[in-house]
Design a binder for this molecule. Structure first.
Ligand SMILES: *Cc1c(COP(=O)(O)O)cnc(C)c1O
Length: 352
């Protein structure tokens, strides 16, 4: 009964994740999961972990995983923070680094979890409109603020922002933290991790859910200056000592170790993406340039909502956002494997 609820709960508008339907045999292109499955070395590591040691708590500091991530990026372990999916990492980032007197800035069209965290933690924010080409325009962020966050490539547009633009922002905006959410960076976007040594106010977040094909394992991380990481550790250790369980740590380390599998699968996604883009353009779609494992596209003669429901009737699910109006005719389509891709193209041809 709601009179038992804490005050804040009445004000929350929770995030709604893409649907995870129980039906079999769907072509599921709605939540940007990886079509190829995790590395076989990850599966082997998880099997080794299914052992008597599960009665013991995991390492609260996840030090093996942090060391592996630090080595992968050429950083120190105290520049790495790990969490139960990057959504949890982002939640701690909002609470630990982005709640200030001045408003947090993020794009008007972006990852829809950001306003949810602001609501949860009582963070003031202002949205900054994307330009007419749906791009993040750095000059529009050059005003007093309590922090800046955006995904690169942006979601759901998929459009990448050049590293030189991010560096320009870091040079002009030195009084607040700039967070770059690189959930999709491995699909052909330049990473800002290389700027961490020079810019103590830069934090970059990554996830294992997309390019490492481990959405079900729940591992994400942030890298940045050790002082930023300390703030995240303080919040984490006031919240949950063990966000990374034994499976998650072992699986995430094994995934990082299988560089060949990672390169092969991400290149496959990038290659399938170009085929998909060409086919859609051929059918008259406008497709925004994508540096991600999804594309954002609209057809001049067919409303987004109708296309999405037409696809659903053929057991293909994609993501459609009713709001804001500027993107209401776009579909966000995850790049699947070649068979899923063909099924999608055939279905769209039959609809239009
Ligand atoms: C998928 C996604 C995340 C979160 O991924 P996790 O599965 O929680 O690691 C974060 N940011 C963006 C922009 C995403 O699309």
């Amino acid at each position: 009964m709601s009179q038992f609820w804490s005050q804040v709960v009445h004000t929350l508008t929770p995030y709604v994740p893409g649907e995870q339907p129980k039906l079999q045999n769907l072509v599921k292109l709605n939540t940007n999961e990886n079509p190829y499955g995790p590395s076989p070395k990850v599966i082997a590591a998880l099997q080794r972990e299914a052992a008597d040691t599960l009665r013991l708590y995991p390492d609260p500091n996840s030090s093996h995983l942090k060391a592996a991530i630090a080595e992968y990026h050429g950083l120190q372990a105290n520049q790495v923070f790990v969490g139960n999916g990057s959504d949890e990492v982002l939640a701690h980032v909002f609470q630990a680094l982005l709640k200030h007197e001045l408003p947090l800035l993020y794009p008007d069209i972006t990852y829809s979890f950001y306003p949810v965290y602001c609501g949860l933690y009582g963070i003031q924010y202002q949205t900054v409109p994307l330009n007419a080409s749906f791009e993040i325009a750095i000059d529009d962020y050059l005003r007093p603020n309590g922090g800046i966050i955006f995904p690169n490539p942006n979601a759901p547009t998929g459009i990448p922002l050049a590293l030189s633009e991010i560096e320009r922002l870091l040079q002009a905006n030195t009084q607040s933290v700039v967070v770059v959410d690189e959930a999709y960076v491995d699909f052909g976007t330049e990473s800002a991790v290389s700027l961490i040594a020079q810019y103590p106010h830069l934090l970059v977040t990554h996830t294992y859910s997309k390019s490492r094909s481990l959405a079900g394992l729940r591992v994400g991380y942030a890298v940045g200056n050790a002082l930023l990481i300390e703030a995240l550790m303080r919040v984490k250790d006031s919240f949950n000592s063990y966000p990374i369980d034994r499976f998650a740590e072992a699986g995430a380390i094994a995934a990082l170790e299988d560089e060949a599998y990672f390169q092969q699968t991400r290149q496959q996604v990038i290659a399938t993406r170009s085929i998909l883009v060409a086919e859609l353009q051929d059918m008259g779609f406008e497709v925004l340039p994508s540096g991600a494992n999804f594309i954002f596209a609209r057809h001049p003669a067919h409303a987004g909502e109708q296309l999405a429901s037409g696809l659903r009737e053929q057991a293909i699910i994609v993501r459609h956002f009713k709001k804001p109006a500027r993107i209401a005719d776009f579909l966000r389509i995850t790049v699947g494997d070649e068979m899923q891709n063909q099924a999608l193209i055939t279905a769209i041809r039959s609809i239009i």
